[in-house]
Design a protein around this ligand. Structure first.
Ligand code: GLN
Length: 550
């Protein structure tokens, strides 16, 4: 069964490992390397390895793990896949995310089916073979010139050791086809005012102890690496000074490929593989970054959500794709966005906070789950509707727009979603019929209505004006829907369902234009298809309307 050496290997592999601490932005660094290679005329695909035992990210808490990215084929994945899709403008599948859960599930399933008959199934070679085969399969299927593989976590963790071991074996099996980029933290100690390289030295030592000599080091820190520190890192790690790059904190992360490019990172990678640049063009990208950095036209965007808080820290990470989509749309119209994050639970405690919405140009109500913070979101929706502030509701945001309208315009005061109130007399949002059974059986993982589905758009609506198409495809992740029994009543009061699925699920809704000039929501998540140079039409229209009233 061991066909783990890919005899027809055409693709080159670049592994990205992490050192010292997690949360260094390896995803952005990996995506930036991919962008550099693309700009030189090569095709690139990318795989993210998450060493946790969850099968996928679908059941992880947003405040703990950030956003769940949804792939076109319905995978619920770590947000790094979002960076890859955005930076490289590529479409990835759920197989581009490997977890320990997926690997072990597959090994155990094979063992039960007798695929290893007579053998003792062991971490090495059976688990490592499974990892390598998975990487080979995905990269062969994509047919790209380069496969980037980002190994989550930090070198020295117990849980990623088998992935690092598999990567080590791959380099041995394919000399000249596999490179390692090690991303490590270089802290600047406040008390000394000095950048310290010792943590990098130690993490490279750790990497070498498991048999991996990095080819490149990316020193991630608040500031730039200077020559003195570069020389020191080089001396202790055996990495040529020319192959040590700096990734300082950036106001606009999209600038990183440009910085790497200037430092010659792309050329050095090609050189090591013995390849030539086929092209070189980052000009459009550079213009996009320039607007986000330097435009003096500002659009103010309010996001009313509930996944901001982790302990005492306030993090908008759970809404990263929404935030990035706003940036793409704003830049497209020549604007730089400024965000106001409003916690819907705070609104519930102190409704006067709603006045904060007077100082934004538009409001977004993003997706979510469960009862917490729902009333605060409904209050924000009402505020925006009554004051004609442009509003975009996404998934749960869209469902709550329907609840708010049913309560405050139609007069069904107890209207609700059955996600929050199972016994409401007016369940304007109810569970999708096929989902009910899944929840009764506690089958939570990977069972929502997921991935890309067709949306048929009604002519003569705002949605049609925005998309200018009869049908589009967007990505979904939900269990509940607009209750078909209430559609006529809602429509008779001026709520228009402007997008549906082929089997009748209401997928977009808006207010009649005489009631509100820009009040629109989608059951899907447009944030998953927005790209830096190709903003999603819904975000683009929101920003355009917010800045020009058109
Ligand atoms: N909780 C809602 C549902 O399951 C909305 C989901 C979301 O916002 N992604 O339908």
């Amino acid at each position: 069964m061991t066909c783990y050496v890919d005899m027809f290997i055409m693709t080159r592999y670049i592994f990205v490992t992490g050192g010292v601490v997690s949360g260094l932005g390896k995803g952005v660094i990996t995506a930036s390397i991919g962008k550099l290679l693309q700009s030189r005329g090569y095709s690139v695909t990318a795989i993210k390895i998450d060493p946790y035992l969850n099968y996928d990210a679908g059941t992880l808490r947003p405040t703990e793990h950030g956003e769940v990215w949804v792939t076109e084929d319905g995978g619920e994945i770590d947000q790094d896949l979002g960076h890859y899709e955005r930076f490289m403008d590529i479409t990835l599948s759920k197989d581009h995310n490997i977890t320990s859960g997926k690997i072990y599930a597959s090994v155990i399933e094979k063992e039960r089916r007798g695929r290893y008959l007579g053998k003792t199934v062991q971490p090495i070679p059976h688990v490592t073979d499974e990892i390598k085969n998975w990487i080979y399969r995905v990269s062969r299927k994509s047919g790209a010139d380069f496969t980037l593989v980002e190994i989550g976590g930090v070198v020295g963790d117990y849980e990623n050791i088998l992935f690092l071991e598999a990567a080590r074996q791959m380099r041995m099996e394919h000399p000249g086809k596999v490179l390692f980029v090690h991303v490590a933290y270089v802290p600047i100690l406040k008390s000394l005012g000095e950048m310290k390289t010792k943590p990098v030295q130690h993490s490279v030592k750790e990497l070498r102890a498991i048999g991996i000599q990095p080819d490149f080091i990316v020193a991630r820190g608040e500031g730039e690496l200077d020559d003195v520190r570069r020389a020191k890192i080089s001396l202790f790690t055996n990495v040529d000074e020319r192959d040590i790059f700096s990734a300082p904190d950036l106001e606009v992360v999209y600038e990183l490929p440009l910085i790497f490019d200037k430092m010659g990172f792309g050329d050095r990678i090609l050189e090591k593989f013995g390849l030539k640049s086929v092209a070189k063009d980052l000009s459009e990208w550079s213009k996009f970054v320039d607007v986000l950095k330097n435009s003096n036209k500002i659009v103010r965007v309010g996001i009313v959500g509930k996944y901001f808080r982790t302990g005492i820290y306030n993090l908008p990470d759970a809404y990263i794709s929404v935030i990035e989509s706003v940036k793409h749309a704003a830049a497209f119209h020549g604007y730089k966005p400024s965000f106001m994050y409003i916690n819907s639970m705070d609104i519930e405690k102190d409704p006067s906070l709603l006045r904060m919405l007077d100082s934004v140009d538009c409001v977004i109500i993003p997706g979510g789950f469960g009862a917490r913070g729902v009333e605060g979101k409904i209050m924000a929706i009402r505020y925006a509707r009554e004051r004609r502030i442009p509003l975009l509701g996404l998934c749960y945001g869209f469902q709550l727009m329907v609840v708010e309208f049913a309560r405050n315009v139609v007069g069904l005061v107890d209207a609700h979603t059955t996600e929050v109130d199972k016994n409401t007399k007016n369940p304007v949002i109810t569970i999708l019929p096929e989902q009910e059974k899944l929840l009764v059986e506690s089958r939570y993982g990977g069972t929502m209505r997921l991935g890309a589905h067709k949306v048929i758009i009604k002519r003569g609506t705002l949605a049609y004006e925005i998309y200018r198409a009869e049908a589009i495809y967007e990505r979904f992740r939900h269990r509940y829907e607009v209750n078909p029994e209430y559609v006529d009543l809602l429509e008779s009061h001026g709520f228009i369902f402007s997008g549906m699925s082929e089997d009748g699920i209401k997928q977009m809704g808006e207010l009649r234009r005489d009631l509100h000039p820009f009040f629109i929501g989608s059951q899907f998540h447009p944030e998953f298809t927005s790209r830096p140079l190709k903003p999603n039409p819904l975000f683009s229209a929101l920003i355009k309307y917010s800045v020009s009233g058109k």
